[in-house]
Design a protein around this ligand. Sequence first.
Ligand code: FAD
Length: 424
Amino acid sequence: MEAVAVGPKRAMKTYLSLNVAIIGAGPYGLAAAVHLRAAGVETCVFGEAMEFWETQMPVGMCLRSSWAASHIGHPGRELTLDEFAASERRGISKPIPVGRFIDYGRWFQRRVAPDVDRRRVVRIEREAKDFRLRLDDGEAVLARRVVVAAGISRFGWRPRQFDGLSRELASHSGEHRDLRHFSGRRVVVVGGGQSALESAALLQEAGAEVEVIARQERIRWLDQRAGWLKSEKNPLRSLLYPPTDVGPPILNRIVAAPDMFRRLPRTIRERIAFRSIRPAGAGWLASRLHDVPIRTSQVVESARRAEDGVELRLDDGSRRSIDHVLICTGYRVDIARYGFLGPDLLSGVRTADGYPLLTDGFESSLGGLHFLGAPAAWSYGPLCRFVSGTAFSGRALARRIAGDRAVTRHAAVPRAGAVWAEPS
Ligand SMILES: Cc1cc2nc3c(=O)[nH]c(=O)nc-3n(C[C@H](O)[C@H](O)[C@H](O)COP(=O)(O)OP(=O)(O)OC[C@H]3O[C@@H](n4cnc5c(N)ncnc54)[C@H](O)[C@@H]3O)c2cc1C
């Protein structure tokens, strides 16, 4: 259903009334839509399908998550990567190339939400018991409930050492779609996780002179020691490694059950989360980095503009003269940085460290406002940071919303009766 304005446009702001508005058409927004629609809840999704993956991940990247952990959640466990690959009669290599995952996401979207409304939501405000969503073309819609599935693109973390440098000299990994333009340039990559290591590999393959500087004592490679344990020959594999694929054995079981995770004491939750998502690189990446110098236990203390680029000073006293710093220090959730949540709305949402505190069905303390994906990780754990969390969140959300009589009663109102216009 496209949220088109209805009624005369002249000097009028027209509103369409929706049951549930979902902001974002990435894996979480799409999984939410298919679960809600399957439960009979009228839903409208706003945003460009798979936009973050298309615009903020580098060409040539491959997914760190396994095949089994990369299906987008569907109530009937349908529309899997396998179905997508079969439908195209074209294989998908492993690890999964980002371009193929984007194709999969769009294929999924065409089947579950072909009516995605591509406009961006620029503001959400309270209007009586509803929410008013302003769209980027000036129109507005009302919704009983809003599901924020807007991802992490606003949360790129840039350590303050790089504050004095322009984006031309020091950029966050999320600012690049194509790293090939660094060919022939000297680049320092800061960070020791998947994004840093994969960016370093892509930069080197593109002909840049690369060095990685990482704070941790050593680079951790995922799955390298798991060997036989993770191989298909191990009959206990599915017991040790649930398909969600987040966290080490035993902890991965807790992470795979967000409802259980949510009930643990906070200190235990924090420890499990830290251990499950600490910086690491996918095992398949290691061989691509043989020729890239990787300095561990080192921190960039300061960075300044130099005559021909950037000068970095490290905490061991050494210096680097380079052309560019690629900051791969990840993302820090802070929902206040979603530009569409105004101060009035934010003041009603209880938060911890920038994360909303969520109850059943991913609902915030502001009734009717839900958060999915990484912002839900404080309450529901690290699974929410990955595609493999979409099935759980879709189910939990649909259970909560389909049980809301106000929404289901409202759904019975004929569409024409649900539309009204207001003078601007
Ligand atoms: C480099 C990198 C590699 C990753 N690799 C993996 C991996 O291998 N496996 C994995 O599971 N996870 C991976 N992740 C994490 C990945 O980002 C999440 O798993 C996934 O994107 C979460 O889906 P989402 O729907 O929450 O967010 P997104 O995919 O970011 O979707 C949110 C969407 O909301 C849209 N949006 C935002 N604001 C608005 C607005 N105001 N109006 C309308 N639309 C809006 C955005 O355009 C975006 O398309 C990776 C992340 C990064 C940065």
